[in-house]
Design a protein around this ligand. Structure first.
Ligand SMILES: [Fe+2]
Length: 386
């Protein structure tokens, strides 16, 4: 039995998992709590395993489900990464760099990234990461489902530098910039109703302009759904206007939310319990805990964006279904009046006022599509999200 499995067996009811013991054995910082104000500035230490400075982030609501860690590449250097047997999403926090995949036939394929690029690292891939800036270090955030995998096979050697081969058959499959897929394009294989973007490279989530209206969550928001080849990993990003806020909702655990741009805050609470206040800005990270309501507020002067990297489908909860709205989403007409008061007070501190339409607080089925057109300057495309 591996060391991790043995510890987990001895302490079965402590809610610590095999992954947690492995993580603690790496001897680098583990940042905990409800949020990270700025991933670009948290403390890192040298990680012998990856031969670079790094830290884990394990926020409340993430334990046992998803993993996040930060790696830093020194100025001008190239890191040869250990091969991992699981898929990962990578988000570039700052700086510019290159990812070079060593293909099974020995060839190489390289692509460039910049701040707010998002790409995937397919399982069993051999790759290098380079910092193309000679003066400043760059940081990358990695997201994966390793905690769940290790609850099934707790042996670390199963996941690193083993002899598995990547899922992609040809060189051209390796790095494709995301393309739009409409439900009609996907045919029988596609079971949902959303337009989504499919590929393993999204060049810049801060500047991404291919968004669809997502008004079921209120306040004229728009969204993009991101799916990646040959993996169950997925993500979505929403944008909502300055001086507005979204409806509270809840779902399953493990959803890591990073802010590509904006200034605001979120509140998170377990039904009937005290609310936790999460201030955010560019490169903040937070995770709504399992079945906690959460609600996002933009107090800045520009539209704010949040990118949610999803847990496995088993943990999504049911909040996305219209039939469950009464249980898992709080309409503006039903919300605690203190929510609106706090928002208005936060804006007043900044010398400004709310742009929420007052009718939204008295009209249960308030039509946000027209509001979306005003806030985003779009043509008010009807929501396709059902
Ligand atoms: Fe959410």
């Amino acid at each position: 039995m591996s060391k991790e499995a043995s510890k987990a067996t001895q302490r079965l009811w402590t809610k610590k998992f095999s992954y947690d013991y492995w993580m603690e054995d790496q001897n680098i910082p583990i940042h905990k709590g409800y949020y990270i104000a700025d991933l670009r500035t948290v403390e890192l230490e040298y990680w012998e395993f990856a031969k670079c400075r790094a830290a884990f982030v394990q926020l409340v609501g993430q334990e046992g489900v998803t993993s996040t860690r930060i790696l830093e590449i020194p100025p001008g250097e190239t890191l040869k990464m250990p091969k991992a047997a699981f898929d990962e999403i990578v988000y570039a926090l700052n700086g510019n760099g290159l990812t070079t995949h060593i293909l099974p036939g020995g060839g190489k394929r390289t692509f460039e990234w910049q701040p707010h690029s998002m790409f995937t690292m397919p399982r069993h891939g051999a790759y290098e990461l380079s910092n193309t800036d000679g003066n400043r270090p760059v940081r990358l955030l990695f997201f994966n489902y390793l905690p769940m995998a290790m609850s099934t096979v707790p042996d670390p050697e199963f996941y690193f530098n083993n002899s598995g081969t990547p899922p992609h058959a040809t060189e051209s499959d390796f790095y494709s910039e995301a393309k739009m897929v409409k439900p009609s394009d996907a045919g029988d294989a596609y079971l949902g109703k959303r337009i989504y973007w499919y590929g393993n490279f999204f060049p810049n989530m801060q500047a991404w302009d291919k968004m669809n209206d997502n008004t079921h969550r209120g306040a004229g928001s728009t969204s993009v759904y991101c799916q990646f080849p040959d993996t169950e990993l997925s993500a979505h990003m929403s944008e909502f206007g300055a001086r507005t806020y979204k409806k509270a909702h809840r779902h399953g655990p493990g959803r890591a939310i990073i802010i590509p741009v904006g200034e605001g805050y979120s509140i998170m609470w377990e039904e009937g319990k005290e609310k936790v206040f999460i201030p955010w800005q560019e490169c903040s990270l937070f995770v709504p805990p399992n079945r906690w309501f959460h609600q996002h507020f933009n107090v800045g002067t520009v539209p704010a964006r949040y990118l949610a990297m999803h847990p496995p489908m088993q943990f999504h909860g049911h909040a996305e279904k219209v039939t469950d709205r009464a249980k898992d989403q709080i309409e503006y007409v039903d919300e605690d009046p203190l929510v609106r008061e706090r928002f208005e007070a936060e804006l007043a501190k900044r010398g400004t006022t709310s742009l929420m339409d007052p009718k939204a607080y008295t009209t249960r089925d308030f039509d946000w599509t027209k509001f979306a057109a005003n806030v985003h300057g779009s043509e008010g495309i009807p929501s396709i999200i059902g």
